[in-house]
Design a binder for this molecule. Sequence first.
Ligand SMILES: Cc1ncc(COP(=O)(O)O)c(C=O)c1O
Length: 328
Amino acid sequence: MPSLDPVHGGTDSAPDPRYDFSSNANPLGPCPSVLAAIRNADVSRYPDPKYTELRATLAAHHRTVPERIVVGAGASELILRLISQIDGTVQQLVPTFSEYARGARLTGRKLISVRSPAAFLRAQAEHPGVGFVCWPNNPTGELWAPEFVSAAAAAGPLVVDLAYAPLCDAGHPAAIEAAAAGAYRLYSPNKAFGLTGVRGAYLITPRIDRRLSNAAPSWVIGRDAVALLESATRPRARTWLAQGMPQVRRWRARLAASLLQFGLPVRESPATFLLAKVGNGTRITAHLRSHDVRVRDCSSFGLPQWIRLSAQPPAAQKALLAALASAR
Ligand SMILES: Cc1ncc(COP(=O)(O)O)c(C=O)c1O
């Protein structure tokens, strides 16, 4: 029987390393204004069980109605909730984020893994259920075409996971959000604002449907996450993000160039991360970890020769390259 344990290949139970390339969160984070809002949150009280103000703020930000906003304790919790609430198979475009497959395993659903948009559309028709498209895709960085996303949304139910969309070179293009209008859109601002330890995310549902919010435990997110989600919509946070992205792009380009120079094939993504082909991903990951550098072994993605790295500052890149050199 397949393991039900979470598989992330990066985060682990050991003390945090000095240099962490394994998380795709904004390497410039945490965003000061969002962090201040979290620190000011009055966590001595329960949050509003209906999250009325928060949902109104998020709805106004996305120009929709509060009844279509569903909050959750991170995108991972919402992924599991979606799978539990939508009957049938789970379809995914592999390699991709592990929680779609794990959600299928946890709920005993049949998992249909395909490798191309055409095969995904066929899988939706032949094996109805809920499909997941990650945009940009983790770990490969694919930006699926809006035409494909809208066709998959029409064939749905479809979830478009936009966790890294704000960290893309192009930001959130309106085209993908419009193409995903008929899908469940999943937002996880803790990545863009460098605060992944705060567990809050939200969905915009394609139509008003109480089922998903009613399926959550009461007070599913705390006041810290309410503060994160609310403050992430504010102009100060948005400006911080926009102003930081050119730096992140420079760090990613520098990392890609250094790895290539080191002799490693690289697959760069339009977001904060890239893939490097190192031979034995598991061995190199363990070696780097023992040198205080954490990377993401891609074996669990079905890419055993690759590791995933995020765009970290130059000093961290120097430490990574020295540790890689010592593995030769
Ligand atoms: C594509 C994607 N979606 C969702 C998540 C989970 O996000 P959250 O921290 O909101 O649970 C991750 C985390 O790695 C991810 O890579």
